[in-house]
Design a protein around this ligand. Structure first.
Ligand SMILES: [Zn+2]
Length: 456
């Protein structure tokens, strides 16, 4: 009976994919939802690919899953992934359906799943991944995810015991996952720019998880990312099996120590959080059994998806879109830090209001008090335009951060922000957006480009 349900569910889901695609829509969520309605045990019953890789964590999972899929595809492997971002149970089920033919036989070499960390309890026990990549666990939307420790407990409880974990040694929460599983760690060694005290508003994990003593950090990169040690009981961060030693931003290379040998890879992005993303992809490729030479070739062919970071130059003016996830204080602080450090005078457009969440409710706005708006207190930032329904909330936060009121502008409609730009004093335009305002940020960018082309 179970098998019959499974096959009926598969056929119905496959038909729905054809229909949804005929309507010109993304068939990323509904086919999985239909299959689960007919056969609630679909995920458990479906045959799995020879290699199943799941990617989860607070920040970077979409980028890592996409980079990894691209790398495997460029090796002529047949791979499916839920790259359209549907990462809860129906989306992962759709991905599973795409790995099967109509007879229920697996027809791919590997499946890559981006898995929502909170939904992982309903996914990981059934997919039984060979590898689980976790980049980090940070504070995220309070409403959706509560506290990172709550998410840690979900992953720690529901990740199968025989899954190999690929973890970030520099992140003290996720690196403690599943201590009895087979695990490897990646990390970035001490860099010149590292600190010993966090300058961010949010720096969790200040206390030793073993004895409660205040932790000493050999180096801190941002928030609690770094190498921690306890002077009382000897606890310390894990040492990395894949350790990035040199980040050469001039020659775009990334040197990684593996088993005492140096491996040099192309640096696909010079933003630190993307270096962690790249490093997790390199670690996974090597764990999959690729040689250094083959992993090098594959990494040479991948690039960070446009929906996360995108740069154009119009008449000598760079126009840059940077993802700054709404309700996610670490993602936004990283984006703010990056923008403030870039050269030249700039205008920053903040279009990060989470329109998706706002559809049916009022979103929690306290997260903006966890974000380091203080990074905008720099001379090179000539204008900040807070755009969207929450523009006044952002303005209050900017004022509290000590940003000069004369450079702060507000508008309710994101696309109207372009009209507020004083073009005379700026060298570049930065558009910061949320996952759900990417399309809006593209509209803003189009308007900016139109102006710059007209000004030629
Ligand atoms: Zn201790």
């Amino acid at each position: 009976m179970q098998r019959l349900r499974f096959h009926l569910a598969l056929i119905a889901a496959k038909c729905s994919i054809i229909l949804i695609k005929m309507l010109g829509r993304n068939a990323s969520h509904n086919p999985g939802a239909i299959a689960l309605k007919i056969c609630p045990k679909f995920m458990e019953l479906a045959p799995k690919a020879p290699k199943v890789i799941c990617v989860t964590g607070t920040n970077g999972k979409t980028t890592v899953a996409n980079l990894l899929t691209d790398a495997l595809v460029s090796d002529s492997k047949k791979v499916v992934s839920n790259r359209l971002g549907s990462n809860i149970v129906p989306g992962c089920t759709t991905n599973l359906i795409n790995s099967l033919n109509i007879w229920g036989k697996c027809v791919v070499d590997a499946t890559v799943y981006e898995v929502d960390e909170r939904a992982s309890r309903l996914i990981l026990p059934y997919l039984k991944p060979d590898f689980l990549v976790v980049n980090n666990l940070f504070r995220d939307s309070l409403k959706r995810n509560g506290h990172p420790d709550y998410i840690f407990n979900i992953l720690n409880t529901y990740c199968p015991d025989n899954t190999k974990l690929i973890l970030n040694a520099d992140e003290l929460c996720s690196s403690q996952l599943k201590p009895n599983n087979d695990r490897v760690f990646f990390g970035i060694g001490k860099q010149e720019t590292d600190l010993t005290k966090s300058i961010n508003l949010i720096a969790d994990y200040s206390f030793c998880p073993e004895c409660g003593e205040v932790l000493d950090y050999d180096y801190l990169r941002y928030h609690h990312i770094g190498y921690a040690k306890c002077n009382k009981c000897g606890f310390h961060s894990h040492d990395a099996d894949y350790l990035a030693t040199t980040i050469d931003r001039e020659n775009n290379t990334l040197t990684v120590m593996v088993n005492g040998e140096e491996q040099k890879y192309p640096l696909i992005s010079d933003i630190t959080f993307n270096i962690y993303n790249e490093l997790s992809v390199i670690s996974t490729l090597l764990e999959l059994g690729y040689s250094y030479e083959d992993a090098y070739k594959l990494v040479s062919q991948i690039k960070v998806p446009d929906s996360r970071f995108n740069q154009d130059e119009i008449n000598g003016v760079p126009v840059i879109q940077v993802l700054s996830k709404g309700q996610n204080s670490v993602s936004s602080s990283r984006a703010f830090d990056y923008v403030s450090e870039e050269k030249g005078n700039k205008v920053v457009i903040l279009a990060m209001d989470d329109r998706h969440d706002r559809k049916k409710s009022v979103e929690y706005i306290g997260w903006i008090y966890d974000v380091d708006y203080e990074f905008f207190k720099r001379d090179s930032i000539k204008q900040i335009i807070a755009a969207g329904p929450r523009c006044y909330d952002h303005k209050v936060r900017l004022l509290l951060a000590g940003v000069d009121e004369s450079i702060i502008h507000t508008c309710f409609e994101e696309v109207d922000s372009v009209e507020l730009i004083n073009w005379e004093e700026i060298d570049s335009v930065y558009i910061l957006y949320d996952v759900y305002t990417y399309d809006l940020s593209c509209q803003i960018k189009e308007k900016v480009i139109k102006h710059l082309e007209g000004a030629k």
